[in-house]
Design a protein around this ligand. Structure first.
Ligand code: NI
Length: 292
């Protein structure tokens, strides 16, 4: 009899404890901090105006759920809830099989240098970002800054001829055009050992005579698809927006590395421009890697 009573008492006590635990758990559902042995979905324990944060305990299925104010950023650490990261597309990230083989290319180009101020700053940024660009250089500048010219070449960038004196070639005859190209070739060759095969006309001014001369000399005439008008003092915000929205596959972006105080905007925006284009999935290459 006594044993039976004791057993009954124990069962009663166990029942009371169970009820107490259940009541406590229910009460805590709306509370600030609880321990749950079962996995609880974030939505289930999120009260109004609050955000749930999981902190799983290692070696057990227990999860501590902390309710944080809604204005705190959501931080989720658990196998069930993964942190969503913005995919970084571009050179460093492996491409999926679907997109492999159809890389979106774009080329950054810088005209009118070299100089010892903006060109060198641009080279520093390109080096840090691991990006190669194309420099269309002017012969007179190359003669003034042969070391910077050399650096452009040594750091793996492409070089293009942009005439000796930045002349409007539409106003020159065959002899004048040839002279502008040849003198710039010689200045570049003296600095880096080779004359370039790429050519860009100052002001984009083209004539039939120029096209004939370029063809005879096996030069590739390079234009652009996005003109930042950086030399004219266009704002950084406008230029970045223009580049983001107007760059298409095989796009060529025109900027400058010399030509007045506004080029400091070019330097300032360059890291952001590179980030923007890479986030849009572009691989930045030199102009020679882009189809004509
Ligand atoms: Ni120019």
């Amino acid at each position: 009899m006594e044993r039976e009573t004791r057993t009954r008492k124990k069962r009663l006590l166990a029942l009371v404890v169970l009820i107490a635990v259940m009541a406590w758990t229910a009460g805590c559902s709306a509370g600030q901090s609880i321990g749950l042995s079962a996995l609880v979905e974030a939505e289930d324990i999120t009260s109004e105006g609050s955000t749930a944060v999981y902190v799983p305990e290692s070696g057990s299925d227990r999860q501590e759920v902390v309710i944080k104010p809604a204005d705190d950023s959501v931080e989720r650490v658990s196998e069930e809830v993964t942190v969503i990261e913005t995919p970084k597309l571009g050179g460093a990230v492996e491409q999926s099989e679907e997109t492999a083989g159809e890389q979106k290319l774009a080329a950054l180009t810088f005209d009118d240098g070299p100089d010892a101020k903006y060109t060198t700053a641009i080279l520093d940024i390109l080096k840090e970002k691991g990006v190669k660009a194309t420099f269309f250089v002017v012969g007179t500048q190359v003669e003034k800054y042969p070391d910077v010219m050399k650096r452009i070449e040594e750091e793996g960038h492409a070089i293009g001829n942009h005439t000796q004196g930045h002349e409007n070639l539409r106003e020159l005859g065959r002899t004048g055009i040839l002279q502008q190209i040849t003198e710039a070739d010689e200045a570049i060759e003296q600095a880096v050992g080779d004359a370039p095969s790429l050519f860009r006309a100052p002001y984009g001014a083209i004539s039939d005579t120029l096209l004939d001369v370029l063809e005879e000399n096996e030069r590739r005439l390079v234009g652009w698809t996005v003109d930042t008008r950086d030399w004219a003092g266009t704002s950084i915000a406008d230029m970045r927006e223009m580049i983001r929205t107007k760059t298409e596959a095989n796009g060529i972006i025109l900027m400058h590395s010399f030509g007045g105080k506004h080029i400091r905007n070019t330097v300032e925006m360059l890291p952001g421009v590179i980030d923007d284009l890479q986030e849009l999935g572009f691989t930045l290459v030199t102009v020679d890697q882009i189809e004509e």
